[in-house]
Design a protein around this ligand. Structure first.
Ligand code: MEV
Length: 307
């Protein structure tokens, strides 16, 4: 028998990086994430991702995650074959590692509500392998059926889920992958070198987040767009954008987007452009000329939480 599980991908609408240091951020689950299947057998755990067998012997975050899963399976006294399949590209800022971590944990532990807390706990340990000193926002979003506001607090995290009045139309576009772990580390080093400058940027980002949330909740796409573009300017100051990401945002704006920004860790990965529904096809085709990954999505549209 195969235990099947899935977890969502995510986009961050506002507040990435600053969220690692206690500022709020707004994130939204994406229907594209990672699916996993676990075929139990008497042998030690094996892992296959998108058709490739993963070796636990090499130095890579995925191999390290596999070693953790293998140790967990041995502790549980289970073995067999864990197969993961990506619906979104890894490294594109769409929460692949959180989605993989949660889908794999759910499948390994048997799936369903009864093991959900245990799966979240295991996924958090896996996510740390991929992301280092991350905030945990990706994992919370991978497990959520609705958008959320997330903030790290002294005693843990504060997560407020909300359902917008209507979905917001958006286009995602990305050219090349990047590693969240490296980008989080880059910002940490920048903060060590220039604490006051980075604090000022974080403070400015934190001021935008409640506005982004309110406009998202109310479906005010023009106002939301301006807020996202302002957030992108601050992420540029934080040195996590790239000329390619800046060009994609410019292209989206020229094609009629209400606003655009990089989403996630930056250094590569995706931009998100929001727009009224009728402008989406023009933005989609303008971005397709420049980016190998382009996807039109509806943010905040209800979708069923998979088992
Ligand atoms: C990555 O999706 C978002 C970051 O803020 C890191 C984190 O919060 O874990 C860059």
């Amino acid at each position: 028998m195969t235990v099947r599980a899935r977890a969502h991908g995510k986009i961050i609408l506002a507040g990435e990086h600053a969220v690692v240091y206690g500022c709020p951020a707004i994130a939204c689950p994406l229907e594209i994430g990672v699916k996993a299947g676990f075929e139990r057998s008497g042998s030690a755990l094996r892992l296959n991702v998108d058709g490739a067998e993963i070796s636990g012997e090499i130095a890579s975050p995925l191999a390290e995650a596999f070693r953790l899963l293998r140790a967990e399976a041995a502790n549980l006294g289970v073995g067999g074959r864990l197969l993961a399949g990506s619906e979104s590209p890894p490294g594109f800022g769409l929460g692949w590692s959180a989605s993989f971590s949660l889908a794999a944990s759910r499948a390994l532990l048997g799936g369903g509500e009864a093991v959900e807390n245990q799966a979240l706990e295991l996924a958090a340990r896996l996510e740390q392998v991929f992301h280092g000193r991350a905030s945990g926002i990706d994992l919370r979003t991978a497990a959520s059926a609705t958008p959320l506001r997330f903030r790290r607090t002294a005693d843990g995290v504060e997560v407020i889920s909300f359902q917008p009045e209507k979905p917001i139309h958006a286009v995602l576009a990305g050219q090349k992958p990047s590693l969240t772990r490296d980008m989080v580390e880059q910002v940490r080093q920048f903060r060590d070198q220039a604490p006051e400058e980075v604090e000022r940027i974080f403070l400015a980002i934190a001021k935008l987040v409640p506005r982004a949330e309110a406009y998202f909740r109310l479906g005010l796409v023009d106002e939301l767009g301006l807020t996202l573009t302002a957030n992108h300017a601050l992420l540029r100051k934080l040195k996590v954008s790239t000329p390619e990401l800046d060009e994609l945002t410019e292209r989206a704006l020229s094609a009629g987007a209400a606003g655009a920004k990089l989403t996630g860790a930056g250094g590569g990965g995706c931009i998100i452009a929001v727009a009224s529904e009728e402008r989406i096809p023009a933005i989609h085709s303008a971005l397709e000329k420049q980016a190998p990954f382009v996807r039109s999505v509806r943010l905040g549209a209800a979708f069923a939480q998979p088992a």
